[in-house]
Design a protein around this ligand. Sequence first.
Ligand SMILES: Nc1nc2c(ncn2[C@@H]2O[C@H](COP(=O)(O)OP(=O)(O)OP(=O)(O)O)[C@@H](O)[C@H]2O)c(=O)[nH]1
Ligand SMILES: [Mg+2]
Length: 677
Amino acid sequence: MISEELAGKQLTLDFREDEKERGITIDAANVSMIHDVDNVKYLINLIDTPGHVDFGGDVTRAMRAVDGTIILVDAVEGIMPQTETVVKQALRERVKPILFINKVDRLVREVKLTPEKIQERLTKVITEVNRFINNIAPEEFKGKWDLSVQDGSVCFGSAFHKWALSIPYMQKHNVSFKDVFDAYAKDDPNEMSHKAPLHKVVLNAVVKHHPDPKQAQAYRIPKIWHGDLDSEEGQALLKCDPNGPVAFIVTKIVIDKHAGEISAGRLYSGTVRQGDEVDMILAKRKVRVQQVNIYKGPTRMQVDSAVAGNIIGLVGLKDAYAGETVSSKVITPFEAIKHIFEPVVTKSIDAKKPSDLPKLVEVLKQVSKEDPSIKIEINQETGENLMSGMGELHLEVIENRIKSEKGLDVVTSPPIVVYRETVQKISPEVEGRTPNKHNIFFIKVEPLDEILYEAIRSGELSEGGIKKKDKTLWETLVKLGVDSKAARQFRDIYKGNILIDGTRGEVHIGEIIELVIEAFEQVMNEGPLAREPCMKLKVTLTDTKLHEDAIHRGPAQVLPAVRDAIREAMSKALASMFEPLQILEIDAPSQYLGEISKLVGNKRGQMLEVEQNEAYIKVKAKLPVAEMFGLTSDLRSATGGRGSHYIIDQVFEKLPFELQQKIILSIRKRKGLTENM
Ligand SMILES: Nc1nc2c(ncn2[C@@H]2O[C@H](COP(=O)(O)OP(=O)(O)OP(=O)(O)O)[C@@H](O)[C@H]2O)c(=O)[nH]1
Ligand SMILES: [Mg+2]
């Protein structure tokens, strides 16, 4: 469709105004194209994803749609912290990498390396990428997904001058490194783009080394779909069968001026046709597909139908969210798409004109739909609207889009940190009585085992309500050291917290457990100390005394009783505040080590590691998010503009004792809560 033009034009996929202005990719963009290898035509669905960590949520979602990825590494700068983050995202979804080492023109012209030195440099990058892949690859792929120059799974070249090389291509077309040097010596890089056009070399590697959807789904489906693999839909998914039931996952919502909401995503099985009636599984709704689209970057092409294995855009999935499963029958939904980092930077947002308030609510809903990494909290009581994102840049971009694209004048507060509430010891059993005094719930709260918490964080334990006989979950829990009887008592996994039903022989439990789960989730969203979200809690319903008659144990009775009991149990278990911290890599010339260490110290941070190579240092440091605002400019002035920082990881740790009370009071004040809890 557009392979030749696309390869030539810059920024075909960075088509939004702010992307052009800032010179970065913000939104993942799709394009489908045909590529010809030895007179066989291959259809390739490509997604261009952003590199900046603030927009990493889009990368995670894109990984659900593709089967293979091209890791891009800058030949001059080498592997960056973001490289590791995106590779991690890909491997977690069993997406197979190949490698493209870019900007080789700079090695030749600016750094002026000899051919041998260039080779050395490339080898070093490849070795590092391989080491990293093998460290984190799923068990069954360790050693099997190694990248090598020999087989062409590694290509290198210059996107700027539109050429690339790989060993298979060099052998077949008789091109060598000498041609590169000759071309640049003559100052005619165009020559290389004719001899070895980038799109041809790279897409050849894609065809050869990335799996086709049939191969990929055979090993990906058991990881991303937890239904019965022997069922009709299970078999169709494993085989990517165009004749099976429709199974589509939405990975991105795009609001289009003409078509309205378009749900872009991957069709894993079946054939979807315009006019089909389909089920939105999570929303529990039937809708009609109004349009089937394939993507060409900024433009779309309407088609009558599309078959399994493709990335397409559907119109008509009313109010869909990224992560929704769409099918022609009611099937188990795909596993939730979970991002590596949580949004930790929050601002309150208000309409400049009070009369715009209804529009603000509408726009915020739209924003969180288009970018699920943005969390919106609209509090009717306090009137405080909070918008959380992955970083300051992320929020800045969204705020600008609200103003320019949605035409709404808004004001935002300085960044607010969202803390977590948790407990430090096991509570006694606490009684929660319903307002009518007819029912009692006995609740116990304690810190969640580190192993289980980490398993939730890594996605090994999926969040969400738990089905009745969820054998896969039981097996995972047993593997994590939970005994098999206890595993059967897990009722809910929510935002890093777990609800256990420890009651025995309670005949009415099935009638009230949904309400207990609802109350549990409410408290996990708003803890007792400052109504901040909770983390790392194990909440157990140990016993109940229930009224015989269901009429006396409705939501108005059960919800407050369970909520109060959980909150009281938390207070008795030494409830305390945790704060978000980020582990950063700071890169700068060596002479600034002193300044950097001072900066980290001043921000309540901790130096973890210093690595020195040649004239540069790489510092690993841990800093509280609360102290990080303005870090970019502070670092700039501390290093004469030569330092940069990247996020590597995000953790929560206990807020220092002397700050606990102060922070709790200031949050309560901001939220308009009474000072005493
Ligand atoms: N010298 C040289 N510069 C390049 C080459 N490829 C890209 N650049 C420059 O590098 C900068 C970033 O290029 P982009 O294509 O936006 O990079 P990207 O990886 O898509 O960036 P994000 O999507 O924002 O993460 C631009 O200024 C490009 O002109 C290359 O092969 N050689
Ligand atoms: Mg880009």
